[in-house]
Design a protein around this ligand. Structure first.
Ligand SMILES: [Fe+2]
Length: 268
């Protein structure tokens, strides 16, 4: 009898912990965080010194998408006074119903230079609609393309899933000495290049794990998002920043991994 009672107590505590975790996670997915990070530049990329960019990713707006959260993220970015906004893909999970309300919110972004968008693995099925909707919202969409500015270029390969990304083609037309910001949805592609023009790669895809365990970290990470799950990494003259993104996929919960807008300042 004593043993059964103890067993019941342990089970109750475990179940209570799980429900409390789910409750916190359901709330946490609405709690927008802003991460401000300085990215150190190699001297060869000095032309980027002082550039400030905002990074948003992984909206999954058809999958428990929250337009109010996107509105807060857009207002936050506009208040930061950034030069560029980079949207790093996965606007929806699979249903195109989320594209219009998402792009309505994104149309209010007002960076000094441009809003640039790339596609993620979930965007492939509705790529044409996503591209036209983002362009109507004021973004320049890069699919194995680059946009050149006087001092630098932003390059956007297609998703690495399905091997759609073509980096040589994307970088092909950029001048040999021009520093490049590379936006590639899947972060593990950081290992696929060593072009000295690339100063910074920005990625999403991982959601930072979306659900993390205390003292352990992300419990589940996607293919091409396992080696670099979140944050700033450095290799030689190049840096990689991976954002946790905004939305949720499959389970409408984030735990120890709140939605994020990243504001990155490049410093020489
Ligand atoms: Fe993704």
């Amino acid at each position: 009898m004593k043993f059964s009672r103890r067993k019941w107590l342990v089970r109750s505590v475990l179940c209570g912990g799980a429900f409390a975790g789910l409750g916190c996670g359901a709330t946490e997915k609405h709690r927008l965080s802003v991460t401000r990070t300085d990215i150190p530049l190699d001297p060869r990329h000095a032309a980027l010194d002082g550039l400030k960019l905002a990074l948003m990713s992984d909206f999954h707006h058809d999958d428990y998408g929250n337009s109010r959260l996107i509105r807060r993220a857009v207002e936050t970015i506009n208040n930061e006074g950034v030069d560029l906004v980079i949207l790093a893909g996965d606007y929806i999970s699979s249903d195109s119903v989320g594209i219009a309300p998402l792009c309505e919110e994104l149309s209010h972004l007002s960076p000094r230079l441009a809003t640039l968008a790339i596609l993620g693995n979930h965007d492939r099925r509705h790529a044409a609609l996503i591209r036209s909707s983002l362009e109507e919202a004021g973004a320049t969409v890069l699919v194995n393309e680059a946009r050149e500015f006087p001092e630098f270029a932003v390059a956007g390969p297609d998703s690495h899933c399905g091997r759609l990304g073509d980096l040589p083609r994307t970088l092909g037309g950029i001048a040999p000495e021009k520093p490049v910001l590379l936006a590639w949805h899947e972060p593990d592609t950081f290992d696929l290049h060593d072009d000295p023009r690339i100063a910074l790669q920005v990625s999403g895809h991982t959601h930072g794990g979306q659900i993390c365990a205390p003292f352990y970290g992300p419990l589940l990470l996607p293919k091409y998002g396992k080696k670099y799950p979140y944050g700033l990494y450095r290799r030689g003259p190049a840096s990689l920043f991976v954002t946790r993104g905004i939305g949720t996929l499959k389970i409408p919960v984030r735990f120890l991994c709140p939605p994020e807008v990243a504001v990155l300042r490049l410093v020489g």
